[in-house]
Write a protein that binds this ligand. Sequence first.
Ligand code: ZN
Length: 178
Amino acid sequence: MSIMKLLYFPNKKLRKKARSIKKIDDNIKLLVNNMLKTMYFYNGIGLAATQIGINKKIIVIDITIKRNNPLILINPKIIVIDKSKISNKEGCLSIPIKQQYFILRYKKIKIKAKNLMNENIELEAKYLLSYCIQHEIDHLNGILFIDYLSNLKYQRIYDKIKKLNKKIIFIKKHNHIK
Ligand code: ZN
């Protein structure tokens, strides 16, 4: 298993739409294992394949404190939405700034997906698990949580990350690191 390189906003690959997986073979299983390792390494509660530049509908999630109970969803789809929404603070591994932002999400959803054994599963998710699944499914559709913010806030985040990138390039130049 290996830790994969994360893509960061505003990388255009984060805007690509993921494709459905037709066959869950050994390559997919390896990819899922790498995604899990990457999610745990970066201490995220969820990761979509899009975030490591892979155009496939896979998400992994683990909201447990012990970090030992991952949920693996292949071709996930929301099938029922309870219309009530709730505002919750979110961050994202692809947006490397410390601040979190309030995002409005559905409190309760029902999804269908396949698991790694190629079985069809249905799942009801509430609160954090629900927000997390919505956030990750958004990734598969090329949507980032900051898209829900005002233009002003979005622009501020964009500028901050541009500045951060310039700093990193500067440091790399001075240390002769490729
Ligand atoms: Zn994210």
